[in-house]
Design a protein around this ligand. Structure first.
Ligand code: SF4
Ligand code: SF4
Length: 203
């Protein structure tokens, strides 16, 4: 899941200050799960834009904004987009980019895209994977230090954790403590014998 956060409404209005006849595109995937681009948020955005003096021509919520195949597919869902002069996309940057690639209109984002995360036990969990292109998470019990350790340490902890909490971000558990415990529980502490070289770290 792509983790995003909502831009302040004032910032969105500033982005749209020279634009009107706005069509709003939500996203029924990651953005909806984070309450940033599902139907309630899209309807609320339309109402707030109208209250701010903007004309909203319509809205649509594709199953995933990052998988919109064509402008015609948006017209099929809501023909009002043909009257739009501007599109506001309530999705991640990938969704904004894909909508922009099929719509010959100015396209604006309502969200800030932050990281690749997920959901666990009903909670949104950010920054799980740094998308390094060479997945070695197996060596770390499935808990990625590239994505989750602020220092991105691959050869063990920095030693600064206090009571299991990260010295950089005390709100979070030290990821290296989590890695150690997971490998211990699964009988794979031997994986920690691997020493990562500079070459491997920079590949
Ligand atoms: S090693 Fe970590 S950052 Fe790289 S792809 Fe795997 S989970 Fe993502
Ligand atoms: S305390 Fe743990 S998670 Fe935080 S920077 Fe050090 S090793 Fe990484």
């Amino acid at each position: 899941m792509i983790i995003s956060s909502a831009k302040p409404f004032e910032e969105i209005l500033e982005l749209l200050k020279d634009e009107d006849d706005i069509f709003v595109v939500g996203c029924n995937a990651c953005a909806a799960k984070q309450h940033l681009g599902g139907e309630p948020e899209v309807i609320e955005m339309c109402e707030r834009l109208e209250e701010a003096g903007k004309h909203v021509v319509g809205w649509v919520i594709p199953s995933a904004a990052c998988s919109v195949v064509s402008f015609d597919s948006l017209i099929e869902k809501n023909p009002a987009i043909k009257d739009a002069k501007t599109v506001l996309v309530m999705a991640c940057g990938s969704g904004v980019s894909i909508v922009s690639s099929v719509a010959d209109l100015p396209v604006y984002p309502s969200n800030n895209t932050e990281s690749l995360g997920g959901r666990s036990q009903g909670e949104v969990v950010p920054e799980l994977c740094a998308m390094c292109g060479d997945c070695t998470v197996y060596y770390f019990g499935g808990i990625c230090p590239k994505g989750q350790c602020p220092k991105q340490l691959l050869n063990g902890p920095c030693g600064g954790a206090i009571d299991g909490k990260c010295e950089v971000d005390p709100e979070k558990d030290c990821v290296w403590e989590l890695i150690y415990c997971k490998l211990e529980r699964t009988g794979r502490l031997d994986l920690l014998e691997k020493v990562w070289t500079v070459e491997e770290l920079t590949e």
